[in-house]
Design a protein around this ligand. Structure first.
Ligand code: 5AD
Ligand code: SF4
Length: 454
């Protein structure tokens, strides 16, 4: 039987998809890239903004159509939206299976049960805020150990989860209600997993958690974990996302300064520059505390690269509040920054207590304004790379063609990333994917560095 997979959302979802796909391959299924050839359609969903959910619903509409001529296709919806909507999703004509993010080890069984049956299948957490049982955590750990591999990922790269869930309850955010309580994984399990990955040729691991810097397992901190992972032979670059600005242990910066394998890159979302809005967002810091944190990071790790996130149009955000975000983004000098328009999420405090009172037009205009400011900053920073040589881990051939005029047409265009997460495009042999190369930068845009291999 053939499976087709579609993934929406963050890196955590990409990791879950890799695990799920590998578990299906081991169970004898084959992967197809064409939905028209699939016997089973797996959809890994995201609930963080309404738009992500709308895309899933529109895919389901399309599948309902396909099912008119091929009624035996099995459609399994898993991940955050499955946990959030449960039976509402299951009752849709196109859907056979609904499976929450903490139930993905069961997905193969659910599909096998659904084959040749008219019975719909469902497995989600009853009370998502109840801490998963030891048994369930054990099962998730085993699943991760067993099916994490570099195979369906970028060459020589792997994601490794260090924690599940989130307990921060930022007032706009659905994550605590779909991924459950924060639980750190045992360090020995994480390390065993990374050793195994390194043996199969993985050179870069990206550690994943909603708030990785809050990682703590019986007193063993995230900095401790970085030291241990750094000792693993074969692993050359260690990255991690995402960080929460509050309660940042300075030792994390020290590990970045001391250990050459820890990439000097931090993604630390600010979300807003207005203290009033930060308070309403339940973020537990002020914009000046946030700036102090960045200053401390840059003091300890002078060449550190910082990226951020902002939300515009949060309920009650006045023009004055927005200008505080403008001020903050100018002061931070991020390498890049993601800007999101506030999207009310059912079940969150912000949606329960506050009205989504900023018109879409205003959200769009604020979004465009912040993006334009960041683009200028990014372009400036990128320009400073011209003439310099950077080390990149090659991801593969570039989808877009930027460099065709260079005359080096015998080589395709490759795309790679630096330790600081800069995207670099250059010409080279496709078999360099998964290898480290040096590139001299000769041109730069706001998003990309261009150059030639040295
Ligand atoms: N609306 C808009 N953006 C959101 N984010 C999280 N929840 C929402 C929401 N309800 C953004 C935050 C977070 C990123 C992953 O998504 O900026 O850092
Ligand atoms: Fe959501 Fe806040 Fe947790 Fe990040 S820290 S996942 S924004 S609740």
């Amino acid at each position: 039987m053939k499976i087709f997979v579609q993934t929406y959302g963050c890196q955590m979802n990409k990791l879950d998809t890799n695990l799920v796909v590998n578990s299906f391959l081991q169970a004898g299924f084959e992967l197809t890239e064409q939905v028209g050839q699939a016997d089973v359609v797996l959809i890994n969903t995201c609930s963080v903004r309404n738009h992500a959910e709308e895309r899933v619903l529109s895919l389901l509409g399309h599948l309902k159509h396909i099912k008119k001529t091929r009624p035996n296709i099995i459609v399994a919806v898993f991940g955050c939206m499955a946990q959030r909507l449960k039976d509402d999703l299951l009752s849709r004509e196109a859907v056979n299976i609904v499976c929450g993010p903490l139930q993905i080890p069961e997905l193969v069984n659910l599909v096998n049960n659904a084959v040749g049956s008219i019975q719909k299948q469902s497995d989600t957490s009853g009370d998502i805020r109840q801490k998963p049982s030891q048994e369930q955590l054990q099962e998730l750990d085993n699943f991760e150990q067993m099916y994490d591999s570099a195979e369906n990922n970028l060459p020589a790269q792997a994601y490794v989860r260090v924690m599940h869930g989130c307990d921060k309850f930022c007032s706009y955010c659905v994550v605590p209600y779909v991924r459950g309580p924060e639980v750190s994984r045992a360090p020995e399990k994480i390390i065993a997993q990374i050793k195994k990955l390194a043996e199969t040729g993985v050179k870069q691991v990206t550690l994943l958690g909603q708030t990785v810097n809050s990682y703590c397992y019986n007193g063993f901190s995230f900095a401790d974990l970085l030291y241990e992972i750094s000792k693993i032979n074969g692993i050359e670059w260690i990255k991690f996302v995402t960080c929460y600005p509050k309660d940042f242990d300075e030792r994390i910066f020290k590990t970045m300064a001391d250990l050459p394998k820890i990439c000097r890159y931090l993604h630390i979302p600010a979300q807003s520059g207005s203290d009033k809005i930060l308070k309403a967002m339940n973020r537990h810091y002020t914009s000046s505390e946030y700036l102090d944190l960045l200053q401390k990071a840059r003091q300890i790790v002078p060449d550190i690269v910082i990226a951020g996130d902002f939300i515009v149009g949060f309920p009650g955000e006045t023009e004055e509040d927005f200008q505080k975000s403008v001020e903050l983004i100018k002061m931070t000098q991020y390498k890049n920054c993601f800007i999101f328009k506030y999207s009310p999420r059912p079940g969150t405090k912000a949606d329960d207590k506050l009205s989504d009172n900023i018109p879409m037009e205003v959200k769009k205009q604020r979004n465009t304004e912040l993006l334009a400011i960041q683009e200028k900053i990014s372009a400036e920073i990128n320009k400073s790379f011209i003439g310099k040589t950077v080390k990149v881990l090659v991801e593969g051939t570039s989808k877009k063609s930027h460099l065709d005029e260079t005359g080096k047409k015998e080589y395709p265009q490759l795309i790679g990333r630096t330790a600081g997460d800069y995207i670099v495009v250059f010409n080279g042999s496709a078999d360099l994917a998964g290898r480290f190369v040096k590139v001299q930068i000769d041109r730069a845009s706001a998003l990309t560095l261009f150059g030639a291999m040295v």
